[in-house]
Design a protein around this ligand. Structure first.
Ligand code: HPA
Length: 286
């Protein structure tokens, strides 16, 4: 069987989406924010908002998970023009891994330079507590190990090079700025920095899987973010990422704890204001 000569989605499709968006808003964002599960409240902080339900945007995928509203919000956050994804697309919903990242290429063609990603994650590091906020230092792309990398397939050089570097995926200067911002806000005691590992989901991890991930050097585990970051780096965006540790993974056979979505949402509600403050103060300094 011959390899496909077609990109998994075409430059022209992204361009069509961008042209449609530019015809409907005057905002020219330099910063894009992808809000994780239950963290979409950040988009409500934007001033002079223009809201586009995903369903109305040409070529845009639609989100299906409860708690993921599915809107692209343009506006000003702390005086900075931004675009915010309220609700992201997950591989486990059944999207092609490349489709999950379609909005990132739209951001790139819109002129965005910095991508901020947030997510909910399970804590693998035994020093982490529920409610900690982890700045992402690096990631482990487990679906990528299994051939599910959004950049597989023909490469369109208009987006980026065939073999992009990933050893510098998370911008050190932004992380430093965020660390200082968190300090100023008094968030020191629950701020962490570590490695995020993506699994495809939707199942939470077995005990044995958690042990493997810990051995691999992962500090937090989740079901998102990495495809978007890979595609953002491919097209040269600077990336900053935050994981909210919503639960501790179960890595002990005697534990009675069970990972569940309700706990994830409860912790998210507890920390959502802090994440919003951190991101909005950071955006102001970018
Ligand atoms: N595992 C995977 N994804 C998650 C978790 C978890 O424990 N918590 C929130 N997202």
């Amino acid at each position: 069987m011959a390899a496909s000569s077609e990109c998994r989605y075409k430059y022209e499709e992204c361009k069509e989406t961008v042209d449609w968006l530019l015809a409907h808003t005057n905002i020219q964002p330099k910063v894009a924010i992808i809000c994780g599960s239950g963290l979409g409240g950040l988009s409500d902080l934007l001033n002079n908002r223009i809201v586009f339900p995903y369903m109305d945007i040409p070529n845009f995928p639609h989100s299906t998970v409860a708690g993921h509203a599915g809107e692209l919000v343009f506006g000003e956050l702390n005086g900075k023009q931004c675009v915010c994804m309220k609700g992201r697309f997950h591989f486990y919903e059944g999207y092609d891994i490349a489709m999950v990242t379609f909005p990132v290429r739209v951001f790139f063609l819109l002129g965005v330079e910095t991508l901020i990603v947030t997510n909910a994650a399970g804590g693998l590091n035994s020093n982490y507590k529920v409610g900690d906020i982890m700045m992402i230092k690096d990631h482990i792309n487990i679906p990528g190990f299994a051939g599910q990398n959004p950049l597989c397939g023909p490469n369109d050089e208009r987006f980026g090079v065939r073999f992009p570097c990933m050893s510098d995926a998370y911008d050190k200067d932004l992380a430093q700025l965020a660390r200082q911002t968190a300090k100023d806000l008094g968030f020191d005691e629950f701020l962490q920095q570590g490695v995020y590992c993506m699994l495809a989901g939707p199942t939470y991890e077995t005990v044995a899987e958690c042990k493997v991930l810990q051995l691999l050097g992962a500090d937090a585990v989740g079901m998102s973010t990495v495809p978007e970051v890979v595609v953002a780096r491919h097209c040269g965006l600077r990336v900053f990422g935050l994981s909210l540790i919503t639960n501790k993974v179960v890595s002990d056979y005697n534990s009675e704890e069970r990972a569940n979505h309700d706990e994830v949402l409860t912790t998210t509600n507890m920390r959502t204001q802090d994440i919003q403050r951190l991101v909005s103060h950071l955006v102001k300094k970018i």
